[in-house]
Write a new protein. Structure first.
Length: 318
């Protein structure tokens, strides 16, 4: 469907961390990116009191909810009935399950598939193939290259979500972050290294832009972002909006690498965070040119740093 707009869209992982933003953006885009929008979710999620308000809001706007088990081939086949485009928003722990989803898509009427690639570029350079957090996404890409004939895929590679980057995790303070309540920041290295970010609402906006422009996005790895900035510039924005100087600690790049290795050796899941922070600090999000423009988006269409920091200060990070 190189030049054909999607008609019936199915979102998988719609109520998850990034899925909420992507689904909301697709619904808000109207019929120009999908005559019908459905989500495939578990019965437990569909009946969860925590999800009730969100799902009710979406259903009032025409969304259909299909329930089933992601690991059941029959349930997935049923969900694919009448669908031409699948947008996967599955989280890191479920990425490998996309191989079966893609296999079943190839056997169905699905023509276009967006794997859950939002985040760090897993094929940025030659060293990327060795990064432990990238392995499941790399396996999915390999399966696509070697097995898919009919289904076309689009990867929307956004770099880190700025909202998550801002969080100063108590269990991994050395990995950096910003705490608006205590007015404390931990900065990686000197703080002058540039990093490309995308806000979560902009992830949804960028996926919609890709859906709207199949002529340039089908079969492509789209490298997109909201803005490029530095840890020190982020700190300056926090200080400006809070009207006070913050306490700042630094984690040298070498120390970050040492702690990363320690966490992996201890089989600590937080090791992934250290690896990603190291990749970002070393420039693994920077490009001479992004694909925003070919999707019809300019810098003025994306959220600025000031807006994201304002949300973080008010406690509405994501």
């Amino acid at each position: 469907m190189a030049n054909q707009l999607p008609s019936n869209i199915l979102v998988v992982g719609a109520t998850g961390t990034i899925g909420k933003y992507i689904t909301e953006a697709i619904l808000s885009a109207g019929p120009h990116v999908g005559r019908q929008v459905s989500i495939f979710t578990s019965p437990a999620t569909a009946s969860s009191p925590d999800k009730e308000a969100l799902l009710s809001s979406w259903k009032s706007r025409g969304l259909s909810v299909i329930t089933g088990d992601l690991s059941s081939a029959d349930d997935v086949r049923n969900a694919y009935n009448g669908i031409d485009t699948v947008v996967s928003c599955l989280g890191r722990n479920a990425l490998a399950s996309q191989i079966e989803l893609l296999k079943l898509a190839e056997e169905s009427n699905v023509q276009w598939f967006f794997p859950s690639e939002y985040g760090t570029d897993i094929e940025y350079d030659a060293s990327s193939k060795n990064e432990k957090p990238h392995q499941n996404k790399l396996r999915v890409r390999e399966f696509i290259r070697e097995n898919l004939k009919k289904v076309k895929c689009t990867y929307v590679v956004t770099g880190p979500y700025i909202e998550m980057y801002l969080v100063l995790a108590p269990v991994a303070k050395e990995a950096g972050g910003y705490d608006a309540k205590s007015k404390k920041a931990v900065v990686i290295g000197s703080g002058d290294g540039k990093v490309g970010f995308t806000s979560m609402p902009d992830v949804g906006k960028l996926v919609v832009a890709a859906l709207r422009h199949p002529e340039v996005s089908t079969g492509k790895v789209l490298k997109v972002q909201s803005f490029v900035t530095t840890p020190n510039a982020i700190l300056a924005e926090f200080e400006k909006q809070t009207g006070s100087k913050w306490t700042v600690d630094h984690t040298p790049n070498q120390k970050l690498r040492e702690m990363e290795n320690e966490r992996w050796n201890a089989n600590d899941p937080i090791a992934t965070l250290y690896t990603l922070k190291r990749i970002w600090a070393e420039g693994g999000t920077l490009y001479d040119k992004t694909d925003n423009e070919i999707l019809g988006l300019t810098s003025g269409d994306m959220e600025p740093l000031s807006t994201v920091v304002e949300r973080a200060i008010s406690g509405k990070g994501y």
